[in-house]
Ligand binder design. Structure first.
Ligand SMILES: [Zn+2]
Length: 166
């Protein structure tokens, strides 16, 4: 999904781009797809934020970071959490996915692929280091709850995979 379809005011984008996911610092909140709306009403920036999964601790940080970023340019921001529709890995932009891979996290596949990979041990997850899919699941939980830890059987590097299944 591209941000063109969302109600995000163009002159707010440059500020929103400075706020990143604390768990994946190379990924802005826009690239992550968690900003569903950002409009200025009577001098107040109103932001609708959909968490990557409910109870994700990073969302409190993101909310504070958004308010801080707008306060730097003298604007007050209000952040509202919107839980429905639920965030999906499909909302991560292609640019975001590429940055994630460069950062060393394997990009999310799809929920049905996740079932094959995480529950049935199929080799579909691509190693971000060497590109091999000869990889295996080490742990359902990687550095954070939304990632799983994998190891590449070709270059032997461990890496995080961004899960679709929650
Ligand atoms: Zn590898």
């Amino acid at each position: 999904m591209s941000i063109e379809n969302l109600n995000i005011e163009k002159d707010l984008i440059s500020v929103l781009e400075t706020v990143s996911d604390p768990e994946i610092p190379v990924l802005s909140v826009l690239a992550l797809g968690v900003i569903r709306e950002a409009i200025e009403v009577d001098g107040i920036v109103k932001i609708k934020l959909t968490p990557t999964y409910s109870g994700c601790p990073a969302m409190d940080v993101i909310s504070d970071d958004l308010k801080a970023a707008f306060s730097e340019i003298g604007k007050k921001a209000e952040v509202e959490l919107v839980l429905s529709p639920a965030w999906s890995t499909d909302w991560i932009s292609e640019e975001g996915l590429q940055k994630m891979e460069e950062y060393g996290i394997s990009r999310p596949l799809s929920e049905s692929h996740d079932i094959d990979v995480l529950l049935h041990g199929k080799k579909l997850v691509k190693c971000p280091q060497c590109g091999s899919t000869n990889t295996h699941l080490v742990s359902q939980f990687g550095s954070t709850a939304c990632k799983a830890l994998f190891k590449c059987d070709d270059c032997h590097e461990p890496f995080d995979y961004f899960k679709c299944l929650k």
